[in-house]
Design a protein around this ligand. Structure first.
Ligand SMILES: Cc1cc2nc3c(=O)[nH]c(=O)nc-3n(C[C@H](O)[C@H](O)[C@H](O)COP(=O)(O)OP(=O)(O)OC[C@H]3O[C@@H](n4cnc5c(N)ncnc54)[C@H](O)[C@@H]3O)c2cc1C
Length: 456
């Protein structure tokens, strides 16, 4: 009730309603084999080689790879295909990992860090390759990303980054000193920036719709409205393991599979309890303005970069169709009517702080989605008791989920998942096991990151 009143007050103040709706969905007919154009639901097959739980980039990319190699595969999606983070995100197709590469070297050593960073470069390449091979019209372009310094101290750290990335990873990034910032961004609030030309951007919903079509064309079965309620392993043993099968119960019928891949990201639930207690679901939110005049859009982001700032509680923004798409971690809890309304107000204010030119511009849409953080902020792939997984993208999954979906699928076929660079370190749960999937500590974590942003 309080949230509703607050929303009404805010909308009275700005003089219009902000639609709680995912703007990207207005740009595409999302694939919905269940209800779209009156088609019947795709039936659940009785038996498959591989059952994938989750119909986003990870699941669809894996399904495409498996189906192309003749494996019978089904994608079981609780809602509609692409419903999760994959149709809601900022569409930034980024190099690098969530943690800073200095941290990755310290924790995992130079050799593994190099392999992991190379995976991030390969991930952007694989998006480019799939878009080209499958003719996905999603506006993918290598426009580069811009990391902006909120404080002079941040810019000093970025100066070190240029040499570090060249020396350790043979990867060229470039500094933009404060005096040249206007060539990259139409604001003076930042204290310099760093450009990485290898990253790109796309329309995430058009991309996930295209990926779904590609997987289906390759022969994968995509089943929407097929929430997995139960997953049971059945083994027949002689002196050795003779046969292992999974019995999977969905809301629309049951099936058997030889292997299972969990691709549920921030929506990982109790069906895979052991994985759920290692994933922290965190909300991320975006607003989209009305279409801006061409010259204004050009002034705001002249080179069409994907932009994000240096803070823990960061803002990320880019243009699409001359609209400003401005996101951030406005509320920490996942999306619901209250957190979305609250985020609309916070993000509009943040956007105007960065771009005072947008004060009189209408924010037409606000929406949210759920990120999958892990306790070490790393992405993890692997196999436990015959169940494969690829999880923990921490807001860095457009390219990485596509890449890991494909490479984990390959590893499932070859039986060498343990050799995958992202499988070569532990996947930790909460310290002292103080977490069962319900993130009671989020308000404290949010406060902690705000304090860190203030101190650093
Ligand atoms: C607002 C927002 C902005 C973001 N911006 C960026 C960005 O700019 N760049 C970037 O790289 N990353 C970004 N990300 C992260 C990126 O979107 C994700 O990492 C990526 O989409 C994860 O894909 P996925 O296939 O693993 O998961 P998802 O797309 O989330 O799909 C998981 C699916 O699993 C389904 N599911 C869950 N449980 C079950 C069950 N029991 N049975 C059947 N199905 C189930 C869910 O319904 C869901 O559709 C952003 C995320 C959000 C939310």
């Amino acid at each position: 009730m309080i949230a509703l009143e607050r929303r009404e007050m805010f909308e009275r103040k700005i003089g219009y309603n902000m639609k709680q709706h995912n703007y990207w969905h207005t740009t595409v007919q999302m694939p919905d084999p269940s209800t779209g154009s009156g088609q019947a639901l795709t039936s659940i097959p009785a038996k498959v080689d591989v059952a994938i739980i989750g119909g986003g980039y990870t699941g669809l990319s894996a399904a495409r790879t498996l189906a192309k190699q003749g494996v019978s595969v089904v994608v079981l999606e609780a809602e509609t295909i692409g419903w999760g983070a994959s149709s809601r995100n900022g569409g930034m197709t980024l190099t690098g990992l969530k943690p800073a590469m200095q941290t990755v070297i310290k924790k995992y050593g130079r050799e593994l860090a190099k392999e992991l960073f190379q995976c991030s470069l390969d991930s952007v390449n694989i998006v480019e390759q799939i878009v080209r091979e499958e003719n996905i019209d999603c506006g993918f372009a290598r426009t580069g990303h811009l990391l902006t310094a909120n404080k002079p101290k941040h810019y000093e750290s970025l100066q070190g980054e240029v040499d570090f990335m060249a020396k350790e990873f043979n990867h060229n990034v470039r500094l933009v000193p404060p005096k040249d910032l206007r060539s990259e961004i139409g604001t003076d609030v930042y204290h310099g920036a760093l450009v990485d030309e290898v990253s790109g951007g796309l329309n995430p919903a058009l991309y996930v719709a295209g990926l779904a079509d590609a997987a289906a064309r390759a022969g994968a079965k995509l089943c929407a409205r097929a929430r997995v309620d139960r997953l049971e392993r059945r083994e027949r043993r002689g002196p050795e393991l003779v046969e292992r099968r999974f019995f999977i119960q969905t809301e629309r019928g049951n099936l058997e599979a030889e292997s299972v891949l969990v691709a549920t990201s921030g929506y990982t639930g109790g069906v895979t309890k052991e994985l759920q207690r290692r994933i922290i679901p965190i909300g991320s939110f975006i607003v989209a303005t009305e279409r801006l005049p061409e010259e204004l859009a050009h002034e705001l982001i002249p080179k069409n970069r994907m932009i994000f700032d240096y803070k823990h509680f960061l803002n990320y923004f880019r243009l699409w169709d001359n609209r400003m798409i401005f996101g951030g971690r406005a509320a920490f809890f996942p999306e619901n009517e209250n957190t979305i309304a609250q985020s609309g107000e916070i993000l509009r204010n943040e956007m105007i702080k960065v771009y005072p030119q947008l004060k009189g511009v209408k924010v037409e849409y606000v929406w949210g989605g759920t990120l999958d953080f892990t306790f070490d902020q790393m992405t993890h792939v692997g196999e436990e008791d015959g169940i494969f997984y690829s999880l923990g993208y921490a807001g860095h999954g457009v390219a990485m989920a596509t890449y890991l979906g494909a490479t984990v699928a390959d590893a499932m076929i070859k039986g060498n998942i343990k050799e995958h660079p992202f499988a070569r370190f532990d996947f930790p749960g909460a310290p002292l096991g103080l977490y069962n999937g319900s993130p009671w500590f989020l308000p404290f974590a949010g406060l902690w990151y705000k304090i860190l942003d203030w101190i650093e």
